[in-house]
Design a protein around this ligand. Structure first.
Ligand SMILES: Cc1cc2nc3c(=O)[nH]c(=O)nc-3n(C[C@H](O)[C@H](O)[C@H](O)COP(=O)(O)OP(=O)(O)OC[C@H]3O[C@@H](n4cnc5c(N)ncnc54)[C@H](O)[C@@H]3O)c2cc1C
Length: 315
C-alpha cells in the first residue's frame, strides 16, 4: 500500500456516524481529505488501485446502504476560507454555518438563507442547496474542481454549471469540488442580517424534525402546478400562494395521502414535516427504501404524481 494509504486511510470504517441519518454499513477503505492535495492524492490512489470511490462531505443528503461501500470513501474536511473585498474563496469542506458567520464578520451579506442547513460548501454546490426562495448558485462566481477522468484541476464559471432546482453539472460528472468563490453584497446593516439569521433558525426549529434524517426526501413539484393544485384540499389563499411560487411542497401530497407518521421498521414519515423520513433509532437503509417506495406508490395512485428523490442514494 502507498504512503498515502498508510498515513490517511483506514479499513472497514462504519459510515453511519458520518451521516446525519445515522444509517449505513462499512466502507472497505476510508480517508479524510483535509485539503485539495489530499483530495487529489485520494483520487489518484483509488484510480491506481482500481477502487470505486465516493466523496462524502457533511453526509446530510445521502442514504448509505446497510451493505456499506465496496471501495474508498473520501471524507472532505478541507477548511480554508479567505475574504478579499467582496469575494470569498472557500474550501469545499467548510460548513455552511461557518461560511455564513465568516461573511457577516467581514461585513458581507447574501448567504443568510443558508443558516441552519447542515451541509458543507462542496455538497451544497453539488446539489444547489437552497431555502427561503434563494439558492447557493445566486452568489456563486466560480468553482475549482478536480477532473477525475484526466486528474487535472480546473476552474469553471458559475454560468457554465447549468444550475437548476437542486441540480448542478456536478451531479452527473466525474468531478470533485475543491473550492468555491462567492461574490457577496456589502451589508447595509450587519445587525439586521444577524436578526434575520435568528429568525430563520427559529423558523427551522419549528418546522424541521430534530431526529436524524437526510433533509427533504423528495423534490418539491414544479411541473403541472395548476393540475396538481386542483387535486389537493387547500384554501384559495394557499392555492394562490403556491401558484405564485410555481411550486407545490411535496409534504402536502404526502400528508394528504394519509402517510404522516407511517413507519416501516425504524424509519418513519415525520409528523412534523411529511417530506422528512426520520430514523427512530435503529432504522436500516432497507426500511427507508421500503418507506420511500410506499410513499411514491401511494402518491402516484392518489394524485397521479411521480415523485423524484432529492436525497442521494449511494449504491
Ligand atoms: C435537518 C436537515 C435540513 C436540511 N435542510 C435543507 C434545506 O433547507 N435546503 C437544502 O437545499 N438542503 C437541506 N438539507 C439537505 C443537505 O443539508 C444539503 O443538501 C447539503 O447541501 C448537503 O451537503 P453535504 O456537505 O452534507 O453533502 P453530502 O450529503 O456529503 O453529499 C451530497 C452529494 O454531494 C456530493 N458531494 C459532496 N461533496 C462534494 C464535493 N466536494 N465534490 C463533489 N461532490 C460532492 C456527494 O458525493 C453526494 O452525492 C437538509 C438536511 C438535513 C439533515
Amino acid at each position: 500500500m502507498s504512503k498515502f494509504f498508510e498515513k490517511k486511510c483506514k479499513k472497514n470504517v462504519e459510515l453511519a456516524p458520518y451521516t446525519t441519518f445515522k444509517i449505513g454499513g462499512l466502507a472497505d477503505y476510508f480517508c479524510v481529505a483535509k485539503n485539495a492535495d489530499d483530495l487529489v492524492e485520494a483520487a489518484k490512489f483509488a484510480k491506481e488501485k482500481g477502487l470505486n470511490y465516493y466523496i462524502l462531505s457533511g453526509g446530510s443528503n445521502v442514504l448509505i446502504p446497510d451493505e456499506g461501500f465496496r471501495g474508498l470513501v473520501i471524507k472532505v474536511k478541507s477548511s480554508k476560507l479567505k475574504v478579499q473585498s467582496d469575494l470569498v474563496d472557500v474550501d469545499a469542506g467548510v460548513g455552511l454555518g461557518q461560511l455564513v458567520n465568516a461573511c457577516l464578520e467581514n461585513g458581507l451579506c447574501g448567504l443568510e438563507f443558508l443558516a441552519g442547513i447542515p451541509g458543507t460548501v462542496g455538497g451544497s454546490v453539488y446539489g444547489n442547496a437552497g431555502a427561503y426562495g434563494k439558492e447557493i448558485k445566486d452568489y456563486l462566481m466560480s468553482v475549482r474542481y478536480l477532473d477525475l477522468d484526466k486528474l487535472e484541476i480546473k476552474e469553471v464559471l458559475s454560468d457554465d454549471l447549468k444550475f437548476r432546482y437542486r441540480y448542478s453539472e456536478f451531479c452527473n460528472k466525474n468531478r470533485f469540488i475543491l473550492s468555491v468563490k462567492f461574490r457577496l453584497d456589502r451589508c447595509d446593516n450587519v445587525e439586521k442580517s444577524r436578526s434575520e439569521i435568528k429568525r430563520i433558525l427559529m423558523d427551522r426549529r419549528e418546522r424541521i424534525p430534530e431526529e436524524p434524517s437526510a433533509g427533504c426526501i423528495f423534490k418539491n413539484i414544479m411541473d403541472n402546478v395548476v393540475g396538481v393544485l386542483e387535486k389537493l384540499e387547500l384554501s384559495e389563499e394557499d392555492k394562490k400562494k403556491y401558484l405564485d411560487y410555481n411550486k407545490v411542497p411535496v409534504a402536502i401530497l404526502i400528508d394528504q395521502a394519509g402517510l404522516k407518521g407511517k413507519q416501516v421498521g425504524g424509519a418513519r414519515v415525520s409528523k412534523k414535516h411529511a417530506n422528512f423520513i426520520i430514523n427512530k433509532g435503529e432504522a436500516k437503509a432497507e426500511d427507508v427504501i421500503k418507506l420511500i417506495n410506499l410513499i411514491k406508490d401511494t402518491v402516484k395512485n392518489k394524485f397521479g404524481v411521480e415523485l423524484k428523490l432529492e436525497i442521494v442514494l449511494l449504491d
